[in-house]
Design a protein around this ligand. Structure first.
Ligand code: SIN
Length: 537
C-alpha cells in the first residue's frame, strides 16, 4: 500500500482523517489493520479532546439480552423511529440495528478490551434512558465515553500504520475545482476532495495535506450555543468546511438539547447530568417539588429528549424559575459508585447529591443534522467521507434516541474504513499532476488584527443569538432576526479573515459563524415544527 510523502509543511498521504473521537479512531484502526497508511489529525494534545470522551450514558448493545430472549433489534428500530418522529432514514436505522452488536463485540469488547460494568452473575449491567422500551445500554459507571476513548486511543497510538499529528486545526478542504491551479481542472464536472489545509497550532503556520481520501470526523457544534454540554472545540469545523466546498448538508435545523445539564448560577459551564439517572429512578421536579412530566407526556420522565427539554422550558417560562431540579433519591444504587462523574461535578459546584436535588437546565447537546452521507460514510463530494456527529446518516431523524451516538460513530467508522480499504485497492489515488497543481496556503492579509476582545464579542453574539432565537423554542420572527444577524456577521468575519493573518482563534470563529448561519437558514426554511425543531408559532 502507498505510504506518506512528507516535505516539511506539505505532505501527500493515502488517507487523512480529521478528528479523533470514536468515529475517527475506529475508521483509522479498520484501515490500518488492512495495511493502509493513515494520517490522523486533531486539534488537542490527546486524542480524547472531543465529545466522545464526555459521553456518560453508554452505548447500545441490544444483543446482550438474557439468553433465549427474542432479538431486541426490532424493538430498538421502533424506539429510534418513535424518538425521531419517523423523520429518520429507515435504511440507516436498520443498518445500525443489524450491525451494532457485531461492531461492539469486535472493536470495543474483543479489541479495545473495554471493561463494561457487569452484574454479580457476570452478565452485563444494562441501563436505560429516555425513549428506550428496554434496558439495553452498556456502560462504564457514568464515564463510558472516557473509558471507550482510553481503550481506542491505546490501540491507535500503538499502531504502526497510523501517524498522529496533534494540535492541528483544519482550515479548509482542498478540492480540484476550487484550489487546483491547472486551468483544465476548472472545467471538470466531477469535483474531488484532495485533502485539507490545516493550521499547525504550535508554529502558527498553515500546512498543506494532500490526501487520496479524506474523512471528516470533526464532531459536534454545541459550542455555538450559549449553554452547551460539548467539549470546547465543538464549533462545527467539518460542517463549515463542507458547506464552503459545496458538499450536501441535511437536517441542519435539528439541534438536540439535553434536558439535564447542571445549573450553576454564576457560571456558563453546563456539565452533563446523564439521562441514565432518570433511567434508574431519578425524577424531575419543579421549584415547588412537584413531578411535572406526566402533565406533558404519558411516558413521564422517560419520554424522548425533545419532549422533556421542551416541557422543562415551558415550566421555567411559566414560573419564571431559572432552573428545575432532579431528585435522585429514587436511584437504588450507591450514587458515588454508579455516578462518580456526576457526583464529583456536583460536589465541585457545592451540591451534595446524597442530600439534595440537582439544579438542572437544558443545554445544547447533540447535532442530529450535518454532512449528508450514505451507509458507508460517502458524501456528495468524490473523495470525501464524513462520520460521527458531523455527519447526517439520517439515523436520528428529527430527534436522536439517547445513547445511539457512540454506536453510530462506531458502526459508520468501521464501515467507512472497510469501504475505503476496497477503494484503495481498486482505484487510483491523486495523480502527481493534480497534487502539484495545489498551491500552499496563501496569506492574503498580513495584518495582525486577531484582537481577543473582537473575537470574544463575536462569539458572544453568535452564542446569545443561537440560544435565544434558534434554541429550544423557535418562531419565524426570532429565526428571521437570527438569520439577518448571522448573515451580516459571517460577511464581516469573512472580510476580517481575509485581511488578517490566520490564527486558531480566527479559524474557529469563522467555522462557528458559518455553522450558525447554515443552521439558522435551515431552521427558517422549515416551517413545520417537528422533533428538536420546535416551532411555537
Ligand atoms: C447521557 O448520558 O444522558 C448522554 C448520552 C447521550 O447523549 O446519548
Amino acid at each position: 500500500m502507498r505510504s506518506c510523502i512528507v516535505e516539511s509543511s506539505r505532505r501527500h498521504v493515502p488517507v487523512l482523517i480529521i478528528g479523533s473521537g470514536v468515529a475517527g479512531c475506529t475508521a483509522a484502526l479498520t484501515l490500518a489493520d488492512a495495511g493502509c497508511e493513515v494520517l490522523l489529525i486533531n486539534a488537542g494534545d490527546t486524542l480524547a479532546d472531543g465529545n466522545s470522551d464526555l459521553a456518560q450514558g453508554g452505548i447500545i448493545y441490544h444483543a446482550a439480552q438474557k439468553p433465549g430472549a427474542p432479538s431486541d433489534a426490532h424493538a430498538l428500530e421502533k424506539d429510534i423511529l418513535v424518538a425521531g418522529h419517523e423523520y429518520n432514514y429507515r435504511k440507516a436505522v436498520r443498518h445500525l440495528c443489524q450491525q451494532g452488536p457485531r461492531c461492539v463485540d469486535s472493536m470495543l469488547i474483543e479489541r479495545a478490551k473495554i471493561a463494561f460494568d457487569r452484574n454479580d452473575d457476570g452478565s452485563y449491567h444494562l441501563t436505560r434512558e429516555g425513549g428506550h422500551s428496554a434496558p439495553r445500554i452498556l456502560h462504564c459507571a457514568d464515564y463510558s465515553g472516557h473509558a471507550i476513548m482510553q481503550g481506542l486511543s491505546a490501540q491507535v497510538e500503538a499502531h504502526a500504520n497510523i501517524t498522529r499529528l496533534p494540535r492541528r486545526t483544519a482550515i479548509d478542504l482542498l478540492t480540484s475545482r476550487h484550489q487546483a491551479r491547472a486551468s483544465q481542472c476548472r472545467y471538470e464536472v466531477d469535483n474531488r476532495c484532495l485533502g485539507a489545509y490545516v493550521l499547525n497550532n504550535d508554529s502558527g503556520e498553515p500546512e498543506t495535506i494532500l490526501a487520496d481520501w479524506t474523512v471528516l470526523a470533526t464532531g459536534g457544534v454545541g459550542r455555538i450555543f450559549l449553554h452547551s454540554t460539548n467539549a470546547p472545540g465543538c464549533v462545527g469545523t467539518g460542517v463549515a468546511m463542507a458547506f464552503r466546498a459545496g458538499v450536501a448538508l441535511a437536517n441542519m435545523e435539528f439541534m438536540q438539547f439535553h434536558p439535564t445539564a447542571l445549573y450553576e448560577e454564576r457560571s456558563h459551564r453546563r456539565s452533563l447530568i446523564t439521562e441514565a439517572m432518570r433511567g434508574e429512578g431519578a425524577r424531575l421536579l419543579d421549584h415547588k417539588g412537584r413531578n411535572f412530566m406526566r402533565d406533558y407526556d404519558p411516558r413521564g420522565d422517560l419520554a424522548p429528549r425533545d419532549v422533556v427539554a421542551q416541557a422543562m422550558m415551558d415550566e421555567m417560562l411559566h414560573t419564571g424559575a431559572p432552573c428545575l431540579y432532579l431528585d435522585v433519591s429514587g436511584v437504588k444504587q450507591d450514587l458515588p459508585t454508579r455516578f462518580p462523574t456526576v457526583y464529583r461535578n456536583c460536589r465541585e459546584a457545592g451540591i451534595d447529591i446524597l442530600n439534595e436535588p440537582i439544579p438542572v437546565v437544558p443545554a445544547a447537546h447533540y447535532f442530529c443534522g450535518g454532512i449528508l452521507t450514505d451507509l458507508r460514510g460517502r458524501t456528495s463530494l468524490n473523495g470525501l467521507y464524513a462520520i460521527g456527529e458531523c455527519s447526517c446518516t439520517g439515523l436520528h431523524g428529527a430527534n436522536r434516541l439517547a445513547s445511539t451516538s457512540l454506536l453510530e460513530a462506531l458502526v459508520w467508522g468501521m464501515d467507512c474504513g472497510t469501504d475505503l480499504v476496497h477503494r484503495i485497492r481498486k482505484e487510483r489515488g491523486l495523480s502527481r499532476q493534480l497534487a502539484d497543481a495545489i498551491p500552499d496556503w496563501q496569506h492574503e492579509g498580513n495584518e495582525r488584527l486577531d484582537d481577543p476582545a473582537l473575537v470574544a464579542q463575536d462569539w458572544a453574539t453568535i452564542r446569545n443569538t443561537m440560544w435565544n432565537y434558534v434554541g429550544i423554542a423557535r418562531t419565524e420572527a426570532r429565526l428571521r432576526r437570527a438569520f439577518e444577524d448571522m448573515r451580516d456577521l459571517v460577511r464581516h468575519i469573512h472580510d476580517f479573515y481575509k485581511r488578517t493573518r490566520i490564527t486558531r482563534r480566527l479559524v474557529e470563529l469563522f467555522h462557528g459563524a458559518q455553522t450558525a448561519y447554515s443552521i439558522t437558514q435551515a431552521a427558517l426554511r422549515n416551517r413545520t415544527g417537528i422533533g428538536c425543531h420546535h416551532r411555537i408559532d
